[in-house]
Write a protein that binds this ligand. Structure first.
Ligand SMILES: Nc1ncnc2c1ncn2[C@@H]1O[C@H](COP(=O)(O)OP(=O)(O)OP(=O)(O)O)[C@@H](O)[C@H]1O
Ligand SMILES: [Mg+2]
Length: 194
């Protein structure tokens, strides 16, 4: 089983959103069975999403060790040291919003991931059209590691779909958000196989 861990010590960067959407996308691409795991127990965004969901896939993994799945996508909490969980990863995703605060905070996350010596990429999330800070964010992050070539826009689909336990591809299959997730999955899958 391959394990993806989505982590950042900055709250609200998009971890849970990315976890559920990539899990659904991987399943759609025939790479299942896929399971999500939620290690952010106080908040439980991914668990909540799964509980209100009708579809059976992806599965929900109560432990990080599950049998019979091909891919495990793990959501994490923004506060605690995540070393133990990151050590379980084959690939790590670090979502970063293009904002000065998020950029300032990302150093701490990078040092944890680097200490664990895991392959990782940044995903710039919540991009507003024509904002110059987007390019600056990409340039700063590129000094530290790979930045996913697809940026996730600031799109209401991402918030609304979560409320109904759906992925953007299920709520709005022809949307830009769905296309972004499909491209992001393609990139992550390729990087993970290297
Ligand atoms: N690309 C986006 N466009 C619009 N809204 C977004 C986007 N990404 C995330 N959001 C919204 O921003 C909020 C935070 O996202 P999310 O819960 O995925 O972040 P998180 O990193 O898991 O947060 P936490 O650190 O609190 O667990 C949510 O309300 C979510 O719906
Ligand atoms: Mg979360």
């Amino acid at each position: 089983v391959r394990t993806i861990v989505c982590t950042s010590l900055k709250g609200g960067s998009g971890k849970s959103t990315i976890v559920v959407n990539l899990a659904v996308e991987a399943e759609r691409q025939g790479l299942g069975p896929v399971a999500i795991a939620d290690t952010d127990s106080p908040q439980g965004s991914a668990s909540h999403w799964w509980n209100i969901r009708d579809a059976h896939a992806p599965l929900f993994a109560r432990e990080l060790e599950v049998e019979g799945i091909e891919l495990l996508v793990v959501d994490t909490a923004p506060q605690v040291a995540q070393d133990k969980i990151i050590r379980r990863a084959d690939f790590v995703i670090i979502p970063v919003r293009p904002s000065p605060n998020d950029l300032r905070a990302v150093g701490e996350t990078i040092s944890v991931v680097e200490k664990c010596k895991k392959p990782f990429c940044f995903v710039v999330n919540g991009v507003k059209p024509r904002a110059t800070i987007t390019g600056e964010t990409v340039r700063v992050l590129e000094k530290h590691g790979a930045v996913a070539p697809v940026l996730l826009g600031d799109r209401v689909d991402f918030a609304v779909s979560m409320i109904d336990g759906l992925a953007v591809s299920e709520m709005a299959p022809a949307s830009r958000s769905a296309r972004e997730i499909a491209e992001l999955w393609k990139y992550v899958d390729t990087q993970m196989r290297k």
